[in-house]
Design a protein around this ligand. Sequence first.
Ligand code: MLT
Length: 265
Amino acid sequence: MSDRIRIGDAEIACSEKGSGRPVIFLHAFPLSRRMWDDQIDALSGGHRVVCFDWRGFGESSLGGGIGTLDRFADDTAALMDHLSIPKATICGLSMGGYAAFALFRRHRDRIERLILADTRATADTDEARRGRIETAAAVRSSGVEAIVETMIPRLIGETSLNSRPQVSDKLGRIIRSNSPESVAQALLAMASRPDSSDLLARIDVPTLIIVGNEDKLTPPAEAETMHRGIAGSRFELIQGAGHLPNMETPGEFNRAVADFINSGS
Ligand code: MLT
């Protein structure tokens, strides 16, 4: 079932399927909830699977703008209120993971379990921040096309680049469906996000860390740092996938998530 739900000053497009304990998926940059297409059916037997487009992305409106990633966290909590979900397993991939850290900081009581996929706890380096500001300006002046060809080879691993053309094609369609202004605002929001390394020791919910072994954007070393920092966390290295194992090797990704959400810890 898909719906558009008014959350504050934005209309948020949301899909859900199944019933049982809720699992909410937070998408990456510069994508949309379509990146979770392979998770919805596979994981909805026994769980209420929810995914939505961040404000400004996919079919959601930008409303008053993004500002910081705290806005994404507050939108997530407000959406959970609307859906009558007091607590959920939160699965954030990359920028979705940054938003999950913000959710932990601001709405800790809404998180039952945490899945951090292909993300990092650290803030941007000065160089990365400068790069994002330049990219935001390029997207505002030349459109989203300015990043499509450079982003896709960074988002997926070598194996997918060589043998899974359908993943590149789908990514191109998703990226092009987003507006330049929203993409620019998300870049600036990511550039200003705080370092979440101190948060790791305070994460006291069952946590799964997932990363593709070919991830170039948030390499396995980042995932290992989060695994070491979060007491009792599980770690899954997905072979043959880059930054988007849920799209590149959905079977492996879904198995790791299902093992975690079906287990007691
Ligand atoms: C993402 O996949 O969400 C982005 O690549 C994250 C980032 O640029 O830091």
